[in-house]
Design a protein around this ligand. Structure first.
Ligand code: SAM
Length: 450
């Protein structure tokens, strides 16, 4: 094995320096120098620095790193290379993830696939889901079909699949659509085959890869450069092997990529901007998402208002954006990753040309909402509303007011309002004086239509 001693001997011989001369220049005894070079003794930090000086090595850290790695290797069980490599990877992850390592370890310990809820997404109802579902079920007694009109992460769809006989789910973002197909969509998939592909992706070293669309554009910005290189390579590889995959497998691989890089993104949780600081390297080790195949779901990627006029269900759940922040702009990097059409990117935030801009984020939001509510062919309408209004930012101001929602819903039938206590979404820790989570449930009555 190549040790620090072996390297030092190599350097000395290249410089044609006898041991005695090095000993005179460093003050290290000749016998000790010899033991260091043959690996019988470990050089102290001070001795390494002395030798670096005599050998004209400007960056002594490179030698100190060798010394430290010798210490690590010395404690490894080298008879079992596989075990030794696993221990090294665990040590690397501990250093990189710090306190976050515990949750990663627990997931790996029980070989847990990544859950749908683990994604960072503005407006996700993950923390409110029990309250939302219990309230809807109580109000909409006997309902069997459910329509998640603005599904976002899909957490409401996931809960509905366990509660209702049939679920329609919709969102116009390409990335969300692939995620629903991966987590819920019907279709065959071979877990062993996907596991083998992921093992291959996990074995790839970034240094061996050429630059690609993802690394050139997002490297050092939204993602650490070597991670960006691997992401671009993996995405292209998924595309290249598409013919050998079922549609479900293709979606699982892309969703797995998104879910695993989500926590590595150099952002505050969305891609409106990246953090302007050097990015700390964190290892990327792909773990499969929690894929299931349901035969009682239909997945759509349409404008919600168009679809609302075409479907019939017992319950429609409406959770649109309520301010001017467009979701297609927040999650543009995932949209580009999914479409993989390598668009030209603009501005500091590297966004592509706009697509799927929502009327709900504009001054036409009230019209859009009214049009939707009057076009729905359902027995119950459930509407989520929150007023995460931030007085400092006009873009976070709600486009549809509470009163407008109540008044529009009231024209389709008797409407009840439920307010969620803070402990549901906040574990009681943060003070949200102004934060309200409301759920309106309208029992549609055709005699109300006006
Ligand atoms: C508040 S989020 C929904 C959050 C979701 N309930 C959850 O728990 O994750 C609103 C979603 O509506 C989608 N959206 C906005 N306007 C849309 C439209 N006109 N048609 C379809 N989807 C739309 C956005 O892409 C976004 O994912």
């Amino acid at each position: 094995m190549v040790t620090l001693g072996y390297i030092l001997r190599h350097i000395r011989e290249e410089k044609r320096l006898p041991l005695q001369q090095v000993s005179d220049a460093t003050g290290i005894d000749v016998a000790l120098l010899s033991k260091i070079e043959t690996g019988k003794r470990m050089a102290s930090t001070g001795q390494v620095l002395q030798l670096a000086r005599v050998y004209d090595i400007e960056d002594a850290t490179t030698l100190l790193v060798q010394r430290q790695s010798d210490e690590i290797v010395c404690n490894l069980n080298q008879a079992d290379t596989d075990f030794a490599m696993q221990s090294l990877r665990a040590a690397e992850a501990k250093v990189a993830y710090g306190s976050q390592y515990l949750s990663l370890f627990m997931d790996a310990l029980y070989a847990r696939p990544i859950a749908l809820e683990s994604r960072r997404y503005i407006g996700s109802k993950a923390k409110l889901i029990d309250w939302i579902m219990t309230t809807i079920k109580r109000e909409a007694a006997g309902a069997r079909t459910f329509f998640d009109v603005f599904a976002g992460t899909g957490v409401v769809t996931k809960a509905a699949l366990k509660t209702f006989d049939f679920v329609f789910t919709n969102d116009f973002l390409h990335s969300n659509n692939v995620i629903y197909k991966a987590f819920f969509g019907d279709g065959d998939f071979d877990e062993t085959k996907i596991g083998e592909i992921l093992d291959y992706y996990n074995s790839i070293e970034a240094e061996a890869l050429p630059e690609n669309y993802f690394s050139i554009n997002y490297g050092g910005k939204y993602f650490e450069h070597s991670i960006a290189k691997r992401v671009g390579y993996i995405r292209q590889d998924i595309e290249d092997r598409k013919q050998t995959l079922t549609d479900k497998e293709y979606c699982i691989l892309i969703a797995t990529l998104i879910y695993n890089i989500d926590r590595l993104a150099n952002t505050v949780g969305h891609f409106d901007a990246y953090i302007k600081k050097p990015i700390k390297y964190q290892p990327l080790r792909l773990r499969m998402i929690e894929a299931e195949a349901y035969d009682n779901i239909e997945i759509f990627k349409q404008d919600a208002n168009v679809l609302a006029g075409e479907l019939n269900a017992d319950v429609a759940y409406i959770d649109p954006p309520y301010n001017s922040r467009q979701y297609c702009r927040f999650y543009h990097v995932y949209e580009t990753l999914v479409k993989w059409d390598m668009p030209e990117l603009f501005g500091v935030a590297l966004k592509p040309a706009p697509e799927n801009m929502s009327r709900y984020c504009t001054s036409h939001a009230v019209e859009a909402f009214e049009d939707m509510i009057f076009n729905l062919d359902v027995r119950y309408i459930a509407v989520s509303y929150n007023n995460t209004y931030n007085t400092k930012s006009s873009s976070s101001e709600n486009k549809i007011s509470l009163e407008q929602i109540k008044s529009i819903l009231g024209r389709r039938g008797p409407t009840r309002t439920y307010e969620c206590s803070h402990k549901y979404f906040n574990a009681g820790k943060t003070k949200f004086d102004n934060h309200k989570e409301l759920l309106f449930i309208t029992a549609v009555d055709e005699t109300y239509r006006r």
